[in-house]
Write a protein that binds this ligand. Sequence first.
Ligand code: GTP
Ligand code: SPV
Ligand code: MN
Length: 595
Amino acid sequence: MATAPRALTPLSQLAKPVADWVANVASLTKPDRIHWCDGSHGEIRELRSELIASGELHALEQKNFPGCDLYRSHPGDVARVEKVTFICTTKQDDAGPNNLWMSPADGHARMRELFSGCMKGRTLYVVPYCMGPIDSPLARCGVEITDSAYVVLNMAIMTRMGRPALERIASGDTFVRGLHSIGELDPNRRFIMHYPEDLAIESFGSGYGGNALLGKKCHALRIASWQARQEGWLAEHMLIVGLENPAGEQHYIAAAFPSACGKTNLAMLIPPDSLKGWKVTTVGDDIAWLHPGADGRLWAINPEAGYFGVVPGTNPSTNRNAYDMIRRDTLFTNVAVTADNQPWWEGLDSGAPVTDWQGRPYDPKNGPSAHPNSRFTVAATQNPSYSPHAEDPQGVPISAIVFGGRRRSVAPLVYEARDFNHGVLLGAGMASEQTAAAEGKVGIVRRDPMAMKPFCGYNFADYWAHWLDIGARLARPPRIYHVNWFRRDAQGKFLWPGFGDNLRVLAWMLERSAGRGGATETAIGNLPRASDLNLAGLDIAPDALAALLAIDNAEWRKEAAEIRAYLGEFGSRLPAALVHELAALEARLALRAWS
Ligand code: GTP
Ligand code: SPV
Ligand code: MN
């Protein structure tokens, strides 16, 4: 006998701790309506049509860009804002000199005032989400309360959003509480507060990216890094890429580059024609959660389900996979539009903008037509190179960790750490030129350890100690490298072609891991000679290659002094092993000063 399907428990009754919190927030923020998001296709379709009808979302030309929309954010709200991002821990030292700090009591008091009555006339959306494959023991849940439907649309793509996440919470999972309101989008009334001790986030006054999609940087990095330290794992600003060599051996590399420094591009690179037999697959493009496995290796999951990627520069020759995947069901933010209503951005070689990212007639005098930090939001499953192992509950094993910065000089194309602890110094000593992903002056070199400067939810000194501990626990630690795709010649031109050709550098790393690749030992680490790299079919001037693989001792002594000064800010909390690594680097540089 057929049984009637059982009615689903209403979302609002599924998990009491969530329902109680929503009731509390509603009595503070006074929304007109409360909507519990189930994550269904129907729900997303309806939200989309509502936003298009209200003019907040702009449907793009649907024949060539089916399911694609454009959202224009407030022109004063186009990037993460680090100067109003706080870590609120009981003790200031726990947040460290790398973070802005406020006491939890002061943080809550300030935010309470802002949130009070802020959702009058608006809908409060309850967004349950899971970071990581829904059946993974390594995944973690959260609930974001927001009054922005645009945020809901993004969270639906970027996370496993809806009923299954709430069911996981109902079965007893802890969850991160994220409260978000766009407020009045007033930059003077904008704060992004984190309370790692309480697994809570409060964000007010911005609707953009990492400020507002709370599952991403706020939860999966700042809060998760704190949890990871307590529980013995790492939450990192890293892509995860799978590489199968011509012999059929499968490896995975995790790489940390600062914002807008090439993670998405490396994660889905297409091998150059001249490198036969390599297969590249994408596990993640921005965040990795790394766990020591029972086998002594480090295992990685990607907590996200989509990409919030930089649009400008995306074209068939730089990143064919990304170019193809953003031609359907993609939410564009702050790109330009052509006469036939197609999205447009700098770096495309056909079409022309008629309307700029602010909706004005395009005029080159106003700068680029698409905002330099314009973004696409797209499901990871649309990526042609999406890894069949991207959703493995235990993750994928990591063979190498790569740190990288955007440096016009000093840092060579690639070098290898002598061992894991030296690798931690490579990460801690990273520096990079500021990009448009965060507010600030583009181009200034700043220290950005492990590409986590804006994202580590606690004191960097404790973080480096934690990295060293993790390394000591690994019987088979990954090798660690530093790369720089952005070295320039005297005319300011990039010396290295980058993009797909970066595989030549990754291939060398895997050869090293297998004990095959050659290198020469230098003061800063092991560098490939030109003959150690597979340069088949690459058109590069010998001078350029020599410059990419050169180390200038005087420059590096200056660099080491800068690293010493920077690490000095962390005082006696700095782990002794890291100080020892720095002293050893300085000693090697002094020994070779004549070379
Ligand atoms: P976030 O999403 O902000 O964390 O950025 P990301 O690290 O994923 O950077 P992404 O891959 O989106 O690249 C940012 C910019 O750098 C884009 O304009 C790319 O075209 C450019 N880029 C990426 N890889 C390379 C490279 O190998 N060489 C050069 N010259 N540019 C690159
Ligand atoms: C970054 O800035 O590193 C990003 C974009 O990935 S955001 O989500 O805004 O943080
Ligand atoms: Mn990022």
